[in-house]
Design a binder for this molecule. Structure first.
Ligand code: PLP
Ligand code: ZN
Length: 399
């Protein structure tokens, strides 16, 4: 169904955006039916995968699922930092452990599965990095041809990972928005399905499983606040859809988390729109940030993102790249090898503690969207002691 004009579209056909108004489409389910046929206490007995929520995912037949073992990532209590800042209940959900190293695997597993079910054989995507890797991996698994358009200055590792997995990689001399334009201009001609963020209804369904997992893993008691690093916005919008469905299913209480959108000062169109009370964003000019997943100057679904922030009683904050790197280093020291985007949530948290928006007793969940492994270029190059190979005893004073 269209999120803007409400027009219904058929689930058994390939869908992109609304045929009437080009609004984002959202899948709808017979939640009454699910409520009657599935009890929530059945869920912990199923294998720990995002596909355990099949009843509320778009794939009809289980055999069409394209999976690399995604989902059910741990929620970890952050100890020393909680202590340092006097926080009672600070948690981090770690999607750095997902296949392909980021939460983008959720959306791609669900989208590629559905497209396989619908008989699609070619896909195209513009991506700043992690979505590209996930699209390449799931397409490879499904035997689908993938055409991936990456901004020229995207990290080398993302380009390599795509070509290693057999995708056709094109570098675009511009930003993600320029890449997206090229994709949309060529999809029809080439018969490619456009997988770009929220221009199709299937990826957000996979992202939605973040919300289901948080609920099930917290014994159906949702956190008070979720802090999420927002780029294209599918994560935020997807989680909110999950919380909505969970409430309709009667599995969670009516109170939902306040959703906090964190962006980088180098690209914060959502924060600017939120602060000036607009309903959609203006394109952000000359965007640049070390947190490449947040470098989305003109998110297609900004109306939905802003609606989620406002409806949930949340807020939007921008943090600098210096703050992001500092938070990343702090979390790494705690054994959590997060990506810069995930680290931005800690910077956002500190800002909101300063302003008093957050209460130290609240249950706060930071969402880490990816692994630090793909970002070696952001880590300090150190020199380490070099030991001769016949070393018998180590002088601990060696620097
Ligand atoms: C894509 C990406 C984001 C932004 O995700 P959205 O849900 O599209 O806002 C955040 N972090 C990482 C690591 C990403 O790859
Ligand atoms: Zn519409």
């Amino acid at each position: 169904m269209c999120s803007r004009c409400g027009l219904k579209h058929e689930a058994a056909k390939v869908q992109t955006v609304c045929v009437n108004c080009t609004g984002t489409l959202f899948a709808q389910y017979d939640l009454e039916g699910v409520k009657n046929s599935l009890r929530k206490d059945e869920l912990p007995k199923r294998p720990p995968s995002m596909w355990k929520y099949l009843e509320v995912l778009p794939v009809q037949r289980q055999q069409n699922i394209v999976s690399l073992g995604e989902g059910f990532t741990p929620i970890i209590r952050i100890k020393s930092l909680s202590h340092k800042y006097g926080l009672k209940n600070l948690l981090l959900k770690d999607d750095g452990l997902m296949p392909t190293g980021s939460f983008k695997a959720r959306g791609m597993s669900s989208a590629i599965s559905k497209l396989k079910e619908l008989g699609v054989t070619k896909v195209a995507l513009a991506s700043a990095g992690n979505a590209a890797g996930a699209a390449a991996a799931y397409s490879a698994r499904a035997g689908i041809e993938a055409h991936i358009f990456v901004p020229r200055d995207a990290p080398e590792i993302n380009k390599k990972e795509c070509s290693q997995m057999g995708a056709h990689v094109y570098l675009v001399d511009g930003l993600i928005s320029d890449a997206a334009k090229i994709v949309s201009l060529n999809c029809e001609k080439r018969g490619w399905f456009n997988l770009s963020t929220l221009r199709e209804p299937y990826r957000v369904e996979g992202k939605k499983t973040m919300g289901y997992e948080i609920a099930e893993q917290s014994d159906w008691e949702l956190p008070d606040v979720i802090i999420y690093p927002t780029g294209g916005g599918t994560g935020l919008v997807g989680m909110w859809k999950a919380f909505d469905e969970l409430q309709k299913l009667g599995w969670t209480k009516p109170e939902k988390p306040r959703m906090v959108c964190v962006q980088s000062e180098g690209c914060d169109p959502v924060v600017l729109a939120y602060e000036s009370r607009r309903e959609s964003v203006e394109p952000f000019l000359s965007a640049h940030t070390a947190a490449s997943g947040l470098c989305v100057p003109y998110p297609y679904a900004s109306e939905q993102i802003l609606r989620v922030i406002r409806q949930s009683g949340g807020t939007a904050v921008a943090v600098s790249d210096e703050e992001i790197i500092e938070s990343m280093n702090q979390l790494h020291r705690e054994g959590l090898f997060v990506c810069p985007e995930g680290a931005a949530t800690l910077s956002g948290l500190l800002k909101l503690l300063d302003t008093g928006w957050l209460d130290k007793n609240e249950k706060i969940l930071l969402y880490n969207t990816g692994s630090g492994l793909k970002y070696p270029h952001l880590m300090t190059t150190r020199s380490f002691p070099l030991l001769p190979k016949d070393t018998k005893e180590i002088d601990l004073k060696t620097k």
